[in-house]
Design a protein around this ligand. Structure first.
Ligand SMILES: Cc1ncc(COP(=O)(O)O)c(C=O)c1O
Length: 346
């Protein structure tokens, strides 16, 4: 599955579909509408553990959803009330230790192994098919986080009598931001495959629902320098636009773009502001740029494809919304032009 929340832009979902993705993790009827409106034959999965009753009914009736996540008895009760006895798969979400992750999800979602076992048996007693799922947390740089999540799966399956027909290992696969050099993806996949094999489950489908790792490198954001005041620069994009990810601690790689200029050393730190009239619209990380940065220069932030577009606002009438397709990946442009310029701590 592709986790639509990470980049719902029509171009992103279209490219993934062109590449063969037919299954989509959708967290709301709005996301289901987006997917089905474009790809009537695609399969959507309702992978949100907390759903409104009308949303559950609509997901089933309008979009034919079969997979629904629960992490609490009250949510299972709700599914039973709304859907009665029908052919669905109840996916029980397990909490995980949240190891090596930038964004933990298990404080908000997930049942303990004991709780999950009770939920699986309760779902089976209602004659629903069952599955298990977890999400180790987003931007996870530790393959062993998946091994420890499988320990929880093992505990759960030992404690219940229900037989699961699918196991979904979530997303969380990492991206190379300016301050992270995660292990290769194969290390994660190898861990997952060997742990799954060791469970010895019969007729159980292995699933995953990545977002970030599929789309992050697919988009850059270009911002223009509108004004320089000594070591402070004012940009035409900021925390209420495309750069919200910085507020939650992501360090995007960047490079200066000055048409016609050759490679320039990125050796000076600047405080940067976004375009709105709000005093809070200040980038929380200083930007390492050529010392002569000036009005009319552009700054390209790379690796911006995940969780950027949905978080833009129209505050103050600014809305970054011009898209162009380019052929050369950001990382190649950087290596042709200058050493990778990282943002530095404030
Ligand atoms: C339920 C669920 N599935 C998948 C994802 C995608 O995770 P990632 O972007 O870390 O791969 C998220 C992210 O928050 C999520 O909450």
């Amino acid at each position: 599955m592709f986790a639509v929340k990470s980049n719902p832009h029509p171009a992103a979902v279209q490219w993934l579909h062109d590449a063969g993705v037919r299954d989509f993790d959708t967290a709301s009827p709005g996301e289901m509408e987006l997917v089905r409106g474009r790809f009537p034959g695609a399969r959507c999965y309702y992978m949100h553990a907390v759903k409104g009753r009308s949303a559950i009914a609509r997901a089933r009736r309008e979009f034919g959803i079969r997979h629904f996540v629960v992490d609490h008895p009250a949510e299972l009760e709700k599914l039973g009330d709304v859907l009665g006895s029908t052919d669905i798969v109840v996916m029980v979400r397990l909490a995980t230790p949240g190891e090596g992750v930038k964004f933990d999800l298990s404080a908000k979602f997930g049942a303990s192994a004991e709780g999950a076992a009770v939920l699986l048996d309760a779902a089976a007693a209602r004659r629903y098919a069952t599955g298990l799922c977890f999400h180790v947390g987003s931007q996870c740089i530790a393959p062993q986080a998946f091994r420890h999540a499988f320990d929880e799966v093992r505990k759960t399956l030992t404690a219940c009598s229900a037989k699961i027909e699918c196991l979904d290992v979530g997303g969380g696969f990492p991206v190379h931001y300016a301050d992270t050099d995660p292990p290769p993806l194969e290390n994660f996949i190898d861990t997952i495959e060997s742990e799954f094999a060791s469970l010895g489950l019969e007729r159980c489908e292995l699933m995953c629902e990545p977002g970030r790792a599929l789309v992050a490198e697919g988009m850059s954001v270009l911002t223009r320098v509108e004004l320089r005041k000594d070591r402070r620069i004012y940009l035409n994009d900021g925390i209420y636009g495309s750069l919200h990810g910085m507020v939650i601690g992501v360090r995007f790689p960047l490079r200066l773009v000055r048409p016609g200029a050759g490679p320039l050393p990125h050796d000076t730190e600047f405080l940067a502001y976004g375009p709105t009239c709000d005093g809070l619209d200040e980038l929380p990380q200083r930007l390492l740029l050529p010392g002569d940065v000036r009005e009319g220069d552009w700054i390209e932030f790379g690796c911006m494809g995940a969780y950027t577009l949905s978080l833009r606002t129209t505050f103050n009438g600014f809305y970054p919304n011009d898209f162009v397709t380019i052929d050369t990946p950001f990382r190649d442009l950087v290596s042709q032009q200058a050493p990778l310029a990282a943002t530095s701590a404030k």
